[in-house]
Design a protein around this ligand. Structure first.
Ligand SMILES: Nc1nc2c(ncn2[C@@H]2O[C@H](COP(=O)(O)OP(=O)(O)OP(=O)(O)O)[C@@H](O)[C@H]2O)c(=O)[nH]1
Ligand SMILES: [Mg+2]
Length: 266
């Protein structure tokens, strides 16, 4: 099976390190993710594509681009950062409330367990009100405590591993429905994007047409003004213009000069 997953969560939660952990490379320095990065690996004979998304406030806008493609998701919380728990909960709620996400399995990780005072999975479960979320949005959820930052190379945090195993199994056991949903939603997304694209093109074309008509109008106006002023001068000088156009312009000019010239004293 080709399973697509994405890791969500606030900036600094430990998403990139979690992704690296799943690849067996939890060591090394990590920089904040600007945009996204994707990685592929095999897990229990499944081809996994994992999107590691940036969690910064301005980057979260791109999360929605992945909603239709994913079969399930990982949500990482920095369990030692109490100050941002409500922000993290709000983002999680937004996710599960989205129609493209609703009902897809979610693995929630209470990360940074090595930091003293970090909430364990049952405390975080209460803080996030996970049972309610799972029931209300009919979303299969599992929470695990983990430490993504492991000093030893080529090792995976055991809870992270078992949590990931649960996620893949949850997806596989509901494969037909999830795969159908991903195909359907992805096609719909493509249709909507194509529709928006054609609308934009139409607007652009119409804009060009309007600009062209405006330009033509300005040129005609300028020509007409020039003709009128020429005709007025000719009328004043007693010169007659030839041709139908000249006749029209000249009479127009006469009308103008009669209408707008100052009244003669008697
Ligand atoms: N102590 C400790 N630090 C961790 C752990 N996981 C991640 N970190 C650190 O937290 C910081 C952020 O980690 P990242 O993996 O870059 O976080 P992120 O969620 O990908 O952040 P963005 O890419 O900005 O969204 C880094 O300094 C990591 O070393 C952990 O389990 N324990
Ligand atoms: Mg990152």
């Amino acid at each position: 099976r080709k399973i697509t997953l994405a890791i969500f969560g606030l900036d600094n939660a430990g998403k990139t390190l979690t992704a690296k952990g799943l690849l067996g490379q939890p060591e090394g320095l990590v920089a904040p993710t600007i945009g996204f990065s994707n990685m592929s690996f095999t897990f229990h004979d499944n081809d996994i594509t994992l999107y590691d998304l940036g969690g910064g406030k301005n980057i979260r806008e791109i999360w929605k681009n992945y909603f239709t493609d994913v079969h399930g998701l990982i949500y990482v919380v920095d369990a030692s950062d109490y100050a941002r728990l409500s922000e993290s909960k709000a983002e999680l709620l937004k996710l599960v409330n989205n129609n493209f996400i609703k009902g897809k399995p979610i693995l929630i990780l209470a990360n940074k367990q090595d930091i003293s005072g970090a909430l364990d999975k049952s405390d975080l479960c209460n803080e996030l009100n996970l049972e309610n979320i799972a029931n209300e949005f009919e979303t299969p959820c599992k929470i695990e405590s983990c430490t993504a930052q492991i000093k030893k190379a080529k090792t995976i945090d055991k809870s992270l591993y078992s949590g990931f195993e649960w996620l893949v199994n949850a997806i596989c056991s509901n494969w037909t429905d999830l795969q159908h949903r991903v195909n359907f939603d992805t096609n719909e997304k493509i249709n909507i994007e194509n529709f928006k694209k054609s609308e934009r093109l139409e607007r652009l074309k119409n804009g060009k047409k309007t600009k062209f008509v405006k330009l033509l109008f300005i040129i005609l106006q300028a020509l007409f003004r020039q003709q009128i002023s020429l005709a007025v001068t000719n009328v004043k000088d007693g010169i007659h213009t030839r041709g139908v156009y000249g006749w029209i312009v000249q009479h127009f000019a006469i009308f103008f000069s009669n209408t707008f010239s100052s009244p003669q004293s008697t």
